[in-house]
Write a protein that binds this ligand. Structure first.
Ligand code: NAD
Ligand code: UDP
Length: 310
């Protein structure tokens, strides 16, 4: 069972789980996902999509071995327009998915986030860092809901013995991101491919480390199959500034768009890169797709999605 299975990461995850021979039930209310993301799976008898808001209770017939909770809007542009839904899916949604895992005796995987570290004062971020989050700022609805989701997960692990896993996902990109998602990769590619100005927020010195989605999904399955409930960072090591990224995407897309500067959103983290020692040593996981390669594959997707012919 994959909540958020019609989203960007969730749909890639469903595809990989079906390839592993699992039956997959995706549950999604399509608030930021799309049926188009799983259209290629609809003819597979092992795949089912249920349209449902997981912040509401749900009953599932039959056996369930794994509950993977990936439902949540994740782009900062969604935070001001649906903060209550985001708090609910991180808290009530997690509660319902944990309840399902408990009832079915299933292993539970939470898609947590690097946002639990907020605007980090420790760099790179190890799992032992408790973070620097503004609970009442515009990102608080997402960051604190995910922190609560982790607390809920550990409470069910300790109180009910649910077999839980937590992955902290760092910035991930690739095919099937919405072209109007608002996150940096879709924005830069859309702008570069349509000749619009490429919008760098602030002075562009803030950094991110960008993980290609295939590596992320391999990491998710490694965490799921892993030995213990401790959180594991999954993300890439190639740290770039957002100005460098604009220049790279402009070059990769062969674009003549100008690069322009726009105001930095409130509480935008200044630097972010995971310490992935635990993933490497405990799970044997490391990213394998280079940024050049990942961006080239993503370019092809955005060209098709935007119907750009050149
Ligand atoms: P996405 O918006 O493409 O996917 C989220 C999916 O969840 C969508 O299909 C959406 O319709 C669904 N959803 C949202 N609320 C729901 C609800 N109440 N009930 C049922 N379905 C609901 O985003 P994504 O980037 O694929 O993110 C997937 C997960 O990974 C999220 O939990 C997100 O917090 C986490 N994550 C993603 C990143 C990243 O860089 N992509 C980084 C950190 C964490
Ligand atoms: N960003 C940017 N221009 C854009 C979109 C985003 O400069 O058009 C910056 C944003 O300010 C942040 C970084 O890119 O510093 C990553 O933003 P994103 O929304 O992808 O994810 P975040 O890591 O902030 O959750």
């Amino acid at each position: 069972m994959v909540s958020g299975g019609a989203g960007f990461i969730g749909s890639h995850l469903c595809t990989r789980l079906l390839e592993r021979g699992h039956e997959v039930v995706a549950i999604d209310n399509l608030v930021t996902g799309s049926v188009a993301n799983v259209r290629h799976l609809r003819s597979d008898p092992a795949f089912t999509l249920i349209e449902h808001d997981v912040s509401q209770p749900i009953q599932i017939e039959g056996e369930v071995d794994y509950v993977l909770h990936f439902a949540s809007p994740a782009s900062p542009i969604d935070f001001p327009s649906m903060p209550i839904q985001i708090v609910k899916v991180g808290t009530l949604g997690t509660y319902h998915m944990l309840g399902l895992a408990l009832a079915k005796g299933a292993r539970f995987l939470l898609a947590s986030t690097s946002e639990v570290y907020g605007d980090p004062l420790v760099h790179p971020q190890p799992e032992s860092y408790w973070g620097n989050v503004n609970p009442i700022g515009p990102r608080g609805c997402y960051d604190e809901a995910k922190r609560c989701a982790e607390a809920f997960t550990m409470a069910y692990n300790r109180a009910h013995g649910v077999d839980t896993r937590i992955m902290r996902i760092f910035n991930t990109y690739g095919p099937l991101m919405r072209t109007d998602d608002g996150r940096v990769i879709p924005n830069y590619f859309r702008q570069a491919l349509t000749g619009a100005p490429i919008t760098v927020y602030g002075d562009g010195t803030q950094t991110r480390s960008l993980c290609y989605v295939d590596d992320l999904v391999t990491g998710a399955l490694a965490v799921l199959d892993g030995p213990d409930p401790r959180p594991v960072n999954i993300g890439a090591q190639d740290e770039v500034t957002m100005l460098e990224l604009a220049q790279i995407i402009k070059r990769v897309a062969g674009s003549s768009s100008e690069i322009v500067f726009r105001p930095l959103p409130e509480d935008d983290p200044k630097q972010r890169r995971p310490d992935t020692t635990r993933a490497r040593e405990v799970l044997g996981w490391e990213p394998t797709v280079s940024m050049e390669d990942g961006l080239a594959r993503t370019l092809e997707y955005f060209k098709t999605a935007l119907s750009v012919t050149r």
